[in-house]
Design a protein around this ligand. Structure first.
Ligand SMILES: [Fe+2]
Length: 359
């Protein structure tokens, strides 16, 4: 019944367990004694092939496993709906541990699945996965989203968490407006915070990479206003100061587009807004690194380097390089409190040198 293993996304203080089914079904997840439902105001959802169940992190971390419950729907009727017997599929789950952890970062796969998976396998075991935008080439039809879940399933098997962010190419096509229905989001928003082990993280979403008025978009985007909403979100998070909790040892900003860098025209957008984001983040949140993609390169740029146009305050990692013939290279991260190293690996099973990011 399940198209792939589930993807377990870290969003806020919850996991969103998401998976597609091969036929209309009712869907729930059991964690310990409690059942969590894919329901809308008390109605079990069956019309979307993609199911989502939100489970508190604390519950799943403690249980270290969950059972996916899928009941095929024969015919939904106003009275006496017909269903088939429920299948129960157990999955072990390993929360991100405290102390030294490993993660793999994929962005800009642009529909590459096998090679993105191969690059991650070159790095080896990971405690969590980061999918950082443009995993697909556009959102023109819903089958595109299958690529996200194929990578997630191959690399996590539903056993470890995933951090997900949206990229600019994800914003194009007929289903772009439904992107948050097909991917993790907090109350429909593609920007949020997360906690994994000793790590506090923030996912930001720069939206498109050119001005809203650019002809390429044909009046279909309103990203300036969307970015201003994130300025307000940043200020709210700074006021809450969850990142300053004593249990937080590492702070990361995961964002597809490295907005602290000023690109050349027509990508030289939002001088004021991106400058304000950079200032708020370096002054108050003081992350240990930005984790980015978008530029199709493998680099670590220290604060104050020629790359640093808007005041990074910490290193920026650019960790994804798609190439010809489906080639893909991504970035393994080893995180241990304030210590952070990057190891770039590729789909040809090559491991590049390890770069010390911090301190
Ligand atoms: Fe991009």
């Amino acid at each position: 019944m399940l198209k792939t293993a589930p993807a377990v996304f870290a969003v806020g203080e919850n996991y969103q367990i998401m998976v597609s089914v091969t036929a209309p079904s009712l869907f729930s997840v059991q964690v310990g004694e409690k059942t969590y439902y894919d329901a809308a105001n008390g109605i079990m959802r069956s019309q979307s092939p993609l199911h989502r169940v939100t489970v508190p992190m604390a519950a799943l971390d403690a249980a270290r496993g969950y059972t996916v419950c899928v009941r095929p729907l024969v015919e939904r009727k106003p009275y006496f709906t017909e269903t088939a017997p429920m299948a129960e599929i157990p999955f072990a789950f390993t929360p991100v541990p405290h102390g030294r952890v490993r993660a793999y970062h994929i962005a800009d796969a642009h529909n590459r699945v096998e090679t993105a998976v191969a690059a991650a396998q070159t790095f080896g075991n990971a405690d969590f996965l980061i999918l950082n935008g443009d995993v697909i080439d556009h959102s023109g039809d819903p089958s595109k989203f299958d690529n996200i879940y194929a990578i997630a399933a191959a690399l996590t098997g539903g056993h470890i968490p995933i951090v997900f962010s949206r990229g600019n190419h994800d914003m194009r096509g007929n289903f772009a407006e439904q992107f948050a229905a097909y991917t993790p989001a907090e109350n429909g928003k593609t920007y949020y915070t997360f906690r994994l082990g000793d790590i506090w993280g923030m996912v930001l979403d720069c939206g498109e990479d050119k001005d809203d008025g650019h002809a390429e978009y044909g009046h279909t985007v309103a990203c300036h206003d969307f970015r201003l909403q994130q300025t307000a979100f940043l200020k709210e998070e700074i006021a809450k100061a969850d990142f300053a909790a004593p249990t937080v040892k590492t702070r990361l900003v995961v964002v597809h587009n490295p907005f602290t860098h000023r690109l050349s025209p027509p990508f030289d957008i939002e001088e004021e807004v991106f400058g304000e984001w950079a200032r708020l983040i370096r002054t108050h949140i003081r992350p240990h690194a930005y984790v980015c993609g978008h530029l199709h390169e493998l680099s670590v740029y220290p604060a104050g380097s020629a790359f640093d146009d808007r005041g990074q305050g910490c290193p920026v990692i650019i960790g994804a390089k798609p190439g010809e013939d489906a080639y893909f290279a991504g970035c393994g991260l080893v995180i241990d409190g304030e210590k952070l190293t990057a190891q770039f690996t590729d789909s040809n099973r090559e491991t590049f040198s390890t770069v010390t990011v911090a301190p």
